[in-house]
Design a protein around this ligand. Sequence first.
Ligand code: AMO
Length: 418
Amino acid sequence: MEKTLHGWVNNVKRVGKIIFFEVIDNLSLKPVTVVIKKGNEDLWNKALSVKIGCAIEIKGFVPKKIISKRGREIHATNIVILSSPLEPLPIDVTGKTGAMLDTYIDYRYIALRLPKFRAIFKIRAGIVRAAREFLENEGFIEIHTPKIAGAGAEGGATVFTLKYFEKTAFLSQSPQLYKQMMIASLPRVYEITPYFRAEKFNTPRHLNESWGIDVEMGFIDSEEDVMILLEKLIRHIFSYVIKNYRNELEILGRDKIKIPSLPFPRLTYDEVLSILEEKGLKIKWGEDLDSEAERTLGDIMAKRGHEVYFITKYPWSAKPFYIMCEKDISRAFDLDYIGLELASGGQREHRYDVLKENMIKKGLDPQDFSFYTEAFKFGMPPHGGFGLGLDRLTMVVVGAANIREVVLFPRDRTRLIP
Ligand code: AMO
């Protein structure tokens, strides 16, 4: 059977009168072995000039009996070198010698010729596809809200400012305010969106540009409705990836991952504090859980057989103004996976007067947010939602220790290029 192959040469070997290339094509995880036997002088000379890293077109036929261990083989009848590397490749695409994470990021566009990196970014794309599929089936509509904003949603200190003609604008920290405003007319919305946050710390779990799957739904009874949807979404994503990315998971050593079973445990904030106190970790009531507290709790929960769990009933002092509050307790929750916060959300305050009072209690001037509060005057139903960190979810699915492994071109405190 005649075949045309387009791809990049990941390895070249000559054994006596035969030349072998390994060519990575399309989105495949395994290279094709291209075989050139001495006989046709033109073809042989062309093959001799092929180097690792070339972009190439091969015409040839698939032999009746495939000898290559990888199972894909073409015997070439014609070779066209489309582009030859100007220098030796900065990454070993044969896969024999590894490199530092920074090198892989600097040369991501070459690293993606290696199966491991293809597997990670194929799974990431699959997670997005699974989320869309699930949310569309649940009656959600995809929206796109501004990333240049006039007000920050998630707190002043972590906002990037930019000059916007005569005014100062902000890069959107989250679509929070806009997705809520949509609930005045669309009962179920979602957005897959970047978050820009000027957080100063450099950690394996934070970036200054991260991506979220943001969901908002109206006509809810309580935050429990939102948590039930999030549980189903997480399970759908796991099952989609397990079903469609078996080979990718195997390459990453993640073929044993399981769909978390229902219901995900719900621990109240107070319960978490007493569990941590038993381990000698004292958190003052009202404070948010830091990474150390999250990790300690993650270990304890994993030992109890729960990788994924909710933390509910946070003190309102630890949560943003838009979350509904009853006495000191908020209707917010977090979803953690072995100590890594994957999502947070809750029921929102939908009553116009209470919302404005809450803003004042948090030291905000409602006047600065009037474009948002206006939407609450005209029949805003009870509503809630969540933001699910896409990068962090990808980390736990592919088993990455550093968030930078699952983001093509990460933005952190020190990295602005490529
Ligand atoms: P929150 O600020 O908790 O909530 O963000 C939601 C989720 O997004 C991810 N995330 C990040 N991932 C990497 N680097 C960061 N700097 C970063 N910041 C956030 C986390 C986190 O759980 N508006 C609310 C959501 C809502 O209530 O609907 C919000 O943004 O996985």
